[in-house]
Design a protein around this ligand. Sequence first.
Ligand code: SAM
Length: 286
Amino acid sequence: MNTVGSPRYAPEWLALREDADVRARAEQLLDPLVGFLAGAAASGGLTVRDLGCGTGSMGRWLASRLPGPQSWFMYDRDPALLENIAARMPREAADGSPLEVIPQQRDITRLTGDDLAGTSLVTASALLDLLTADEMEALAAACAEAGCAVLLALSVEGRVEIGPADPLDEKFNAAFNAHQRRTDGGRRLLGPDAVDAATAAFERNGATVRTRPSPWRLGPDDRALTAQWLLGWVAAACAQEPSLEAASEDYLRRRLDACDAGELRAVVHHRDLLALPGDPAGTVPA
Ligand SMILES: C[S@@+](CC[C@H](N)C(=O)[O-])C[C@H]1O[C@@H](n2cnc3c(N)ncnc32)[C@H](O)[C@@H]1O
């Protein structure tokens, strides 16, 4: 299993972000996805594979928006996150059809076309930045071989807007982005380049790709999430650029005080990507 240098994701963090994720998801991509899946949904049902599923946030959002019987294979390398995942999934599909949930500890960077045979939909959320360019290419090729739809949600784009603005915002963001692109155990992570790399990889493999923005919009009602996000963002920036350490304490204090007072707003830009095999007709509203 490919776990070299890989961070563990706390279930508390995944729970904290779930509401902001739900608000951010690009619902416009659902219509073309449902259209593509209609045939499979009507005949036998959907086989869905959720890569890097964590505690199942994507499935909780998506399963009840898709019609037809569904089998959800939920893959994560961290078995602790998979505990109780089935009990937390919706009971029914959009049309009341049954759902089956199959959690499996698995390294998703090793999935092949054979592993995906018979799959209707590959999905993932907040995962792509953790892949390398080669892993992305292999995933796109495996999906093309399987002829499945692919919905990859909430990939970071490397842009944040924090209000009120602070002169150090850009320095911390640049260092954070460099940290996301770091080489870890010999793997150079895509970080904020993931959506461009995925778009190119899926198009090279014959898919039609649509992307839509899916930003977190954080305000006074998101204090706990915003504070945790800021702490992680600044820590990663300092790990990448130790010269920022000296300024980080004051910067963080200013930001956390404003957050506490309900005065801080942040837009953390993400993008959702839908890749469908071939060149299907149909447009997605902007
Ligand atoms: C940022 S979390 C997102 C979790 C979940 N998709 C969500 O949206 O809440 C990334 C997840 O990917 C998993 N992951 C990262 N690399 C993986 C790999 N190579 N194989 C399997 N799981 C992986 C992590 O364990 C973690 O649960």
